[in-house]
Design a protein around this ligand. Structure first.
Ligand code: ZN
Length: 108
C-alpha cells in the first residue's frame, strides 16, 4: 500500500518535471508549431531569460506574434487618396468626392 503510493508519487514527480520543462519551453514549442520567422530569437530569450518571468513572457509574446504584422494606422503616415478631378482628399470608403461629386477611381 505504502510502496505503491510512493511509486505513484515518484511517477507523478517525473511527470510533473516533464510538465515544468514543457511549460518552460512553451514559447519555443509555440514558435516551432506556428513556424514563426524568429524562432531563433524566441529560443535564445526563452533559454537564457526564461527563468525570469519577464523573459519568458517576452519569448511567449514573440512566439504568438502574427507572421505578417498588421498596420493599424495607415492614414496618419500616408496621404489620403485624392479625387481624380479636383484632388480633394477622400476618406477611405467615401465613394464620391465631397467637393465636386466625382465618383472616386477604383482602388487597385
Ligand atoms: Zn473632386
Amino acid at each position: 500500500m505504502i510502496a505503491s503510493a510512493a511509486a505513484t508519487s515518484s511517477g507523478l514527480g517525473a511527470f510533473g518535471f516533464i510538465i515544468i520543462i514543457a511549460l518552460y519551453f512553451l514559447p519555443v514549442i509555440i514558435a516551432f508549431s506556428r513556424k514563426v520567422t524568429n524562432v531563433g530569437s524566441v529560443l535564445v530569450i526563452n533559454l537564457f531569460l526564461g527563468w525570469t518571468v519577464i523573459g519568458w513572457v517576452v519569448a511567449l509574446a514573440m512566439a504568438v506574434k502574427s507572421k505578417t504584422p498588421q498596420v493599424v494606422v495607415v492614414t496618419s503616415s500616408t496621404p489620403l487618396p485624392g479625387c481624380s478631378k479636383c484632388g480633394t482628399a477622400l476618406i477611405p470608403g467615401q465613394q464620391y468626392c465631397s467637393n465636386c461629386g466625382t465618383a472616386r477611381s477604383p482602388v487597385t
